[in-house]
Design a protein around this ligand. Structure first.
Ligand code: NAD
Length: 320
């Protein structure tokens, strides 16, 4: 039986990853700074630890007979609203987690190390520009500090991998959505925020949307991303790997998809807000060479996500 430690398992993507690894027969230890209901409860073991601390990282990896795979997904992160307003917390907290976790991983002689990076490491793009490959990360010009920290953490993990002979695998995630993701509170990403606004609005009402609605994005459904993480980690391919959907849509098209699934007719009020980059377009040739492909269209994924968020909204607004 393989033993895995999943960091950030109280969170969205790692919570789904815990369940996936358990289904595959892994023994899984989930680690997070706070107790949350989803991933940790599916794990064999749950440790509440602050991974900014080296001793906590070492404790996370102390397992009888050793750890085969570490999945490092812990991060102080959120959507554009959070990335725009919490630069110092993002730079400090995430650098500490990532520096200490890879250091603890080599000290603990783990078998393999996965790091969750982001396409935020890439520069802004013009609409219609040709797809960027992984090598196009350089010369580097990320749009925000979150992207700069991810790039530094990628390089740190790779340097440790080279020096200590630790197989390191890195995936650059595109914007991910699905059930059990953050949907309120200021850290939610665009798909969850739009689902929440649509769920809260009465039929025939109006929702506010940041920006002019023309920014181009792609959104990956969480089950597809988790399959990509597993494919990346277990592969022999070194170097970062873009993982995302190749279906690119404008923010207005995202809104139309959500309202279509909700069966509501809503007007959109475009308001000022932190929009981020203008456009995205990435090559997925590397990860697709492993036989992986995103299986959910945006409509498929929203059909699974919207009902979950609508139910959360209903529960949060129901007076007991
Ligand atoms: P999330 O916020 O749902 O999960 C991150 C988890 O890390 C949270 O549960 C949080 O409590 C935990 N954490 C934060 N600080 C910690 C600390 N000091 N010690 C221990 N745990 C700590 O985020 P997510 O959406 O699941 O993202 C997972 C990873 O994927 C992150 O590294 C993120 O940067 C990366 N990523 C996500 C997306 C996306 O669209 N969701 C896109 C690109 C990259």
């Amino acid at each position: 039986m393989k033993r895995a430690v999943v960091c950030g398992a109280g969170g969205f993507v790692a919570g789904h990853l815990v369940k996936r690894l358990r289904r595959d027969g892994y023994w899984v230890r989930a680690v997070d700074i706070v107790a949350r209901p989803y991933g940790p409860s599916a794990a064999d073991e749950y440790l509440e630890l602050d991974l900014r601390d080296l001793l906590a990282c070492e404790q996370a990896l102390r397992v009888d007979d050793g750890v085969d795979e570490v999945y490092q997904l812990a991060a102080d992160m959120g959507g554009m609203g959070f990335i725009d307003s919490a630069e110092c917390e993002i730079m400090r907290n995430n650098a500490l987690i990532n520096l200490n976790m890879i250091d603890a991983a080599v000290r603990s002689r783990v078998g393999r190390y996965f790091f969750s990076s982001s396409v935020c490491i890439y520069r802004d793009m013009a609409v219609g520009e040709a797809a960027l490959t992984e090598a196009d990360a350089y010369p580097a010009l990320p749009d925000n500090e979150y992207g700069w920290e991810k790039l530094y953490a990628e390089r740190t993990a790779q340097a440790y991998g080279r020096r200590f002979g630790l197989p390191v695998r890195i995936a650059r995630f595109q914007n991910c959505y699905g059930p059990e993701g953050t949907w309120t509170g200021g850290r939610e990403k665009a798909p969850a925020a739009i689902c929440r606004k649509v769920a809260e609005a009465p039929d025939g009402g109006t929702i506010d949307v940041w920006g002019d609605g023309t920014a181009v994005r792609s959104y990956i459904y969480v089950d597809d991303l988790v399959e990509g993480i597993v494919a990346t980690t277990t592969s022999d391919l070194e170097g970062p790997m873009n993982i995302g959907s190749s279906q690119y849509v404008s923010v207005d098209e995202l809104v139309a998809t959500v309202t279509g699934v909700a069966g509501k007719r809503l007007a959109t009020n475009h308001v000022d807000g932190p929009v981020g980059v203008r456009s995205r377009n990435f090559s997925h040739a590397r990860v697709e060479s492993l036989g992986w492909v995103a299986r959910h269209s945006l409509r498929d994924g929203i059909e699974k996500t919207y009902p979950w968020i609508a139910e959360e909204v209903r529960r949060a607004t129901t007076v007991v």
